[in-house]
Design a protein around this ligand. Structure first.
Ligand SMILES: [Zn+2]
Length: 205
């Protein structure tokens, strides 16, 4: 699961994170960060519905405040939601108290024990303080959809190596939308043909 290139400090706390879901069943866990967005999130939900797929949406608090109807739609369609801070802030640049306060603010809009740190950047001290209330969800496959210069074919090739329990990251954001429109239908079609189902990350707390 880790490589030797991961700094020691990260290794110590890495065990506290969820990198993939433990299962032998052909289940994939698609996740979408940074929404909700009134058009893009609806587009994602429509793609998922074609495969009767469930996913997990790590929402930004201020976006939920802006687009409460889209957020409600996620819940109505039985997708899981997770906290992705209120202002989409980077843990590395933020004092612990401010970071936790931002997450707390988001929790007024997003009721979920799942948390994903924006940019995957969170300090060990912050993780420690969060673990009593949250399950910190990372990923083992990053689509790279946020990258304007993404080599889409390459991204697709890599993601096709996913195994049971894999957690994949996409973004329901304007920046990622072009890549997402290319990648998501292909991922759904490919893994569905391989006998996979798509599920939301279970709440363990
Ligand atoms: Zn994010």
């Amino acid at each position: 699961m880790f490589s030797y290139t991961i700094p020691q400090l990260l290794q110590i706390v890495a065990k506290s994170y969820t990198w993939k879901v433990k299962t032998r069943d052909k289940k994939l866990f698609l996740t979408f960060d940074d929404g909700p967005h009134p058009n893009i999130t609806l587009w994602v939900m429509a793609q998922l519905a074609e495969y009767n797929a469930r996913a997990t949406f790590f929402c930004v608090g201020e976006n939920v405040k802006k687009y409460p109807e889209t957020y409600k739609e996620l819940l109505k369609m039985k997708h899981a939601v997770g906290n992705h801070t209120y202002h989409h802030i980077k843990g590395w640049n933020t004092p612990d108290d401010d970071y936790l306060e931002d997450i707390h603010m988001a929790s007024k809009f997003i009721h979920s024990p799942l948390f994903r740190p924006p940019y995957g950047r969170i300090l060990p001290s912050q993780t420690k303080k969060l673990l009593s209330n949250y399950q910190v969800i990372m990923w083992n496959y990053l689509s790279g959809d946020f990258d304007e210069n993404l080599n889409r074919e390459k991204s697709l090739q890599v993601m096709k190596r996913a195994e049971p329990g894999s957690i994949m990251v996409f973004h329901d954001s304007e920046k990622a939308f072009e890549n997402l429109q290319y990648l998501l239908p292909k991922i759904l079609a490919y893994f569905s043909e391989q006998g996979y189902t798509f599920e939301s990350i279970p709440y363990l707390k």
